[in-house]
Write a protein that binds this ligand. Structure first.
Ligand code: ATP
Ligand code: MG
Length: 774
């Protein structure tokens, strides 16, 4: 038997070595499910199964890459090359590029992201003359998405009196018409939204038995991670593909099912044994990830759920520290507590920033944490929220590139037809949209034929439209002979986008230029990488596909050492030595919107279980007494989940008198004496605690180890004190003396807002600012 099998315990070996046929592994967090999946693939290949015949579906593309790397290590990179591995969306987008033409889609179809879908729905609502306060585009988008994930087509919707009735009752009787329009418009634009990638795959596999046979034959072994969170559409695809050979291996944990709001269906796990014959059922019980305190605490919480498959999770790891609970007066204090605690751990245990994660229930909670981390100069990275590729300037550039590949792409066209401004106004665009609908063509096609149709557009504007068409076509010609990088560089120049931001001249404009530069660098890296892959060319179509389907975690290159900030939903499957779960308050977590039924509350509890089980060494749970919600300061109540943890495994850090823990905040060994007057209970510290006097040589040595930059003397050079905080006094070569009002952004984006003695307030990018700290 190959030696890598010995890196598994006995319970893990069994599913890895399971012969052909269906099998399911249901086991608690950290017990090695993902490891089993990875090793099973390696084992299959070691047994002679061709990697071409293996399909593996993961929660993120990053997870897929990591698994592939591990497999390459075991069986060799060339062997692993043909593995199809990735998220449902990326795998089936690939399949649709090959066979989607049968459904009438071009191979170069555009993938609309949620923002594109929402914009399109908003414009359809407007075109239809509906009240946008009743037909809220985000809600409608959500509803359409849920139809698609349940495979309810427009026709099926119209034939379902219950659904029609629901929308009528909600005073939105035209929902079906919006849905129909939306589907038409996407199709005409040669575009699929995220849900289409699954819906159309289902359609393809149902309507074309030859296509189904082809992929059944190809994917003789199918493996699915996080099976508890597959939705109906995904379930049907897997079922269809696995139907012939029945070599299907799914792993999951019902206790970690947290996506029911997006249509994930726990019954996919419960019915697995009914769907297939002779299912091999496996359980794993030993957790390798976390300390015993964390494992036991998590067990005590999830035990409160009624609906669950009986499971045992234990660990042979050390007890470790108990879970620490901390209360703060406000969210700003909460952020400060987290930042200080990270700072302390980093110092005391020589930890890198990347070993810490701060998890929250909703994205909006990140702001207070960010503020505090910035003040402490702790680098962090936010996952989720607005990603790099969704920033306006980046999407603008990408929209031009999308048009090169697919000029029918309506959303891309609408974004950039008049950006940078070229005198094509909203009225003209409206006329184009009307004509496109009328002739059942794309807007671009209408523009190509603008001379032949009478739209009451004056000749000057007509020429501008034609110039635009010519420009895009010239890019297309160029695209035939060049790679993604050269083309993108040309596009940013020829369209005038770069110039637009350069002219702007404000720090924001410079920031945008830098982002475009970063995009170009990214494209360059991508092109280099692609050139090493067989069959890939590094062209713009490949790049756009990569961008469209990158989940936010995928952009984590892993080479920068930052604290991770993300929602609990995104943290699924991940692990960190230190985890802070913030906002442990009623109405926030559990969410106020998810407490009306037992099943909703149980999903929130599972979410808490997922959060807690991400921690390897230490978990912190924090809550506040007051929090701004919906613009009002409200009294917050501790989350019920705090009480649900068996008290054996927790310690409350909050002093009874409600004061804060400043005692261990500053290590006098390192900082010298501290100005205690600023550490009064009622006046929390702002920014980094001030240092009085110079550190001695011993302290300096320690400092250098922890933070080399801080230990260097701040001279009168143009370097910036890394410790620049609100309140710092600075001197600028041109603007003179000033005081820092606030610091924002991080890394290359770090900016200071400075009030200069001469009276003006300026925002300066610290990378460039010629500042001296005084
Ligand atoms: P989750 O439910 O959170 O997705 P999981 O069940 O998929 O967790 P893994 O991520 O596969 O668990 O494993 C958790 C950690 O334990 C990983 O760091 C993994 O490398 C380690 N691990 C799993 N099995 C073993 C083993 N037999 N020996 C050593 N380490 C192991
Ligand atoms: Mg896993």
């Amino acid at each position: 038997m190959s030696s890598f099998i010995d890196e598994l315990n006995e319970a893990q070996k069994a599913p890895v070595l399971h012969k052909d046929g269906p099998l399911m592994v249901i086991a608690g967090a950290g017990s090695g499910k993902t490891r089993v999946l990875t090793y099973r693939i390696a084992h299959l290949m070691a047994q002679g199964v061709d990697s071409f015949n293996i399909l593996s579906l993961t929660f993120t593309n990053k997870a897929a890459r990591e698994m592939k790397a591990r497999i390459s290590n075991i069986v060799g990179a060339s062997e692993a090359k043909n593995l199809w591995m990735g998220t449902f969306h990326s795998v089936f987008a690939k399949l649709l590029r090959i066979d989607g033409n049968k459904l009438g889609y071009p191979a170069n179809f555009t993938i609309y992201d949620t923002q594109d879908s929402q914009r399109l729905i908003a414009s359809i609502i407007k075109e239809m003359g509906l009240d946008k306060d009743i037909y809220k585009y985000k809600q409608i988008q959500n509803r359409i998405s849920s139809f698609k994930n349940s495979l309810i087509t427009v026709k099926a919707y119209r034939n379902d009196p219950d659904l029609v009735e629901q929308d009528a009752m909600a005073k939105k009787p035209r929902t079906g018409d919006i849905y129909e329009n939306y589907v038409d418009r996407c199709f005409k634009a040669g575009a699929m939204d995220f849900d289409d990638l699954l819906l159309r795959t289902n359609e393809l596999l149902t309507r074309y038995p030859d296509v189904l046979m082809k992929y059944q034959d190809r994917f003789r072994y199918i493996l699915v991670d996080e099976y508890q969170d597959t939705n109906h559409s995904q379930y049907l695809i897997v079922k269809a593909l696995a139907d012939r050979f029945q070599n299907i291996c799914v792993v999951g944990d019902d206790a970690q099912s947290i996506y029911s709001f997006r249509g994930a269906n726990i019954s996919n796990i419960l019915n697995f044994q009914k769907d297939y014959d002779n299912v091999g059922m496996y359980r794993l019980e030993q957790n390798y990830r976390s300390t015993r305190n964390i494992v036991n605490a998590a067990n005590s919480v999830i035990g409160k759920n009624q609906n669950q498959i009986e499971k045992v999770v234990w660990t042979a790891n050390d007890d470790g520290a108990v879970i620490k609970i901390h209360r703060s007066p406000t969210d700003a204090e909460e952020g400060r507590f987290v930042a200080n605690s990270i700072w302390e751990h980093r110092m005391q245990e020589q930890m890198g920033n990347g070993e810490f994660a701060v998890l929250y229930r909703t994205n909006s909670q990140s702001r207070a944490i960010e503020d505090a981390l910035r003040k402490r100069d702790i680098p962090y990275r936010i996952y989720g929220g607005l990603s790099f590729y969704q920033r306006k300037e980046i999407k603008d550039v990408l929209s031009y590139l999308r048009l090169v590949i697919n000029p029918k792409d309506e959303e891309a066209l609408k974004r950039v037809i008049n950006f940078p401004a070229r005198g094509i106004g909203g009225t003209t665009l409206d006329k184009l949209v009307v004509a496109a609908n009328h002739y059942n063509r794309s807007i671009f096609e209408v523009m190509e034929n603008i001379d032949r149709i009478d739209l009451k557009i004056n000749s000057g504007t007509k020429r501008k439209l034609q110039d635009f068409v010519t420009m895009i076509k010239s890019f297309q010609v160029m695209n035939e002979t060049t790679d993604a990088f050269a083309l993108s560089e040309l596009v940013t120049k020829k369209t005038g986008i770069l110039l637009e931001f350069k002219k702007d001249g404000t720090p924001e404009g410079i920031g945008k230029m830098e982002n475009i530069e970063e995009l170009l660098n990214g494209i360059k890296d991508f092109v280099e990488g692609q050139k090493e892959i067989d069959g890939a060319t590094g062209n713009i179509a490949e790049f756009l596909e990569d961008v469209a389907l990158a989940t936010d975690l995928d952009k984590d290159t892993g080479d920068d050492d930052r604290v991770a900030l993300m929602t609990i939903h995104l943290a699924k499957g991940l692990e960190f030595p230190y985890v802070y779960i913030v906002g442990m308050e009623e109405d926030l977590f559990p969410s106020g919107m998810s407490m009306s039924t037992r099943s909703e509350l149980e999903e929130e509890r599972r979410l808490f279980y997922v959060a807690l089980t991400r921690a390897e060494k230490q978990a912190y749970l924090t809550y506040t007494q007051n929090r701004y919600r919906w613009g009002k300061l409200i009294d917050a109540e501790p989350s019920r989940f705090l009480e649900e943890i068996d008290e054996k495994y927790v310690e409350n850090l909050t002093p009874v008198d409600g004061g804060y823990r400043y005692k261990s905040l500053i290590n006098p060994d390192i900082f010298g004496e501290v100005d205690k007057s600023r550490l009064r209970q009622d006046k929390p510290v702002r920014g980094t605690p001030p240092i009085i006097g110079q550190p001695n040589s011993n302290q300096l040595k320690k400092l250098r180890k922890i933070r080399p930059q801080l230990a260097e003397p701040v001279g009168n050079t143009h370097t910036i004190d890394p410790n620049l905080v609100a309140g710092s006094l600075v001197n600028h070569t041109r603007f003179g003396r000033g005081k820092v009002v606030k610091i924002e952004g991080a890394g290359n984006d770090r900016k200071a807002e400075i009030m200069f003695d001469k009276g003006d307030i300026k925002k300066l990018l610290l990378r460039f600012a010629k500042l001296e700290v005084i």
